[in-house]
Design a protein around this ligand. Structure first.
Ligand code: 5GP
Ligand code: ZN
Length: 136
């Protein structure tokens, strides 16, 4: 993709702070980190989001993310981490090249988790009905 920022980072046309590389992935530091050590993990091949990404690289993604998370957590002395992905504009996606955020977390970092509220069994049942069988 000619006009994709992360394709340019993968191609080294734009510099980045590379944490690690694997056959199909690149991990580099986010320039605007939520926390020290905030790392982006991106497939080298362009895809716009998770639903567009080649599923056959999923196993490598998990193994690579485990290795990157281990190294980053150790380096910044984190107590845990969030590994997530913003899929679509409504979810906060700004760069439309699939990328996972690895965000180190600290016991006292003051960042909150998502707000939630209890759902009734009826609501959950209706939701399940509307989801239906998952095509897999
Ligand atoms: P999104 O909101 O699309 O899930 O996240 C995009 C992320 O890319 C943001 O956290 C942002 O700080 C990061 N980012 C944007 N431009 C650059 C860049 O040129 N280099 C690096 N390393 N990160 C970037
Ligand atoms: Zn791209």
């Amino acid at each position: 993709m000619d006009d994709c920022l992360f394709c340019k980072i993968v191609a080294k046309e734009i510099p980045s702070s590379v944490v690690a590389t694997s056959e199909h992935f690149l991990a580099f530091l986010d320039i605007n980190p939520v926390q020290k050590g905030h790392t982006l993990i991106v497939p080298r091949e362009h895809s716009t989001d998770l639903l567009d990404m080649r599923p056959d690289i999923g196993e490598e993604f998990v193994r690579f993310s485990q290795a990157v998370a281990t190294a980053v957590v150790r380096a910044v002395h984190a107590d845990g981490f969030n590994l997530g992905l913003n899929n679509g504009r409504a979810a906060g996606q700004v760069i439309f090249h699939t990328h996972f955020h690895l965000i180190p977390r600290f016991s006292d970092d003051g960042l909150r988790t998502w707000p939630s509220q209890a759902a009734s069994p009826e609501e959950l049942g209706k939701l399940l009905e509307s989801i239906g069988p998952v095509d897999f």
